[in-house]
Design a binder for this molecule. Sequence first.
Ligand code: PGA
Length: 254
Amino acid sequence: MRQPLIAGNWKMNGSKSSAEALLNGVVAGSGGLSKTEVAVCVPFPYLHLGEQLLAGSSVRLGAQNLCTESGGAFTGEVSGSMLADFGCRYVICGHSERREYYGENEASIAQKLTRATESGLTPILCVGETLQQREAGEMEPVIAAQIDGVVERIGIEAFAGIEIAYEPVWAIGTGKTATPEQAQAVHAYIRGRIAALNGSIAEKLRILYGGSMKPGNAAELLAQPDIDGGLIGGASLSADDFLAICLAGEQLAA
Ligand code: PGA
C-alpha cells in the first residue's frame, strides 16, 4: 500500500503573520498522524519561516516552482539547490496555473523536474485537462501528451523519484470536484500509462488528486484505489480544513 501524501499548495496567499499561524496550526494538529505524510508548499518568501517552524515536526516543506537552470544569471529565479538549502523536500512542477499564465510546457517542465531531482527534491508533477478538452473527448490524449512529453525527455526511471498530481483544470478553485469515479478513472489511466513502460515504478508511484478537495469530499476521493493523496489549494489555507483532510488520509491508511 502506498503511504498517502497530503500536500498543501498555498499559491500566492498569505503574509508573515498568517503563514506563521498556519504553519504552527498544521504542526500542532498533525502530531498524531503516523500513516499519512503531510507537506506544505509555501511561497518563496516564507520558506525560511517554514524551515524554522516545521523543524522537529514530521510536516515536510515544499515550494511551488523552481528555475529550469541550476544557477547563475537568471534574474528573479530560484534554483532547486536554494530550495534544498531551506530544507524543502517537495517542489510542485508544471501546475496548470504556471502552464496557463507563464507558458510552461513539457520541455521546460522536464528541465525543472531534472533540476529538482538533481537537488535532492521530490517533484510533484501536475497534469490535467481543461473543461473544453474533457467535453471534446480529448482528456486521455491531453494527459498522455503531458506525461509522454516528460517521459521522452527525462526517461521513465526518473519517475521512481516523482509524485504526480492529477488536477482537472475545471475543478481547481471552482468548488467543482471530480467525482471519485471520474478521478479514479483518470488516476488508473495515468498509472496504466506508466505501467506500460515500467510496472514496478507504476506500482509505487503516488498519484495525488487536486481540485477542490475539501474535508467533506476527501474521504471518498482518497478511498479510491489509485488516489494516493491530495494536492490541496484553497482548503490548505485553513489549518482546520487541511488537517481534516490529513485525518481522512490517516483513517483510510489505518
Ligand atoms: P484547489 O487547488 O484545492 O483550490 O482547487 C488545487 C491546486 O491548484 O493545487
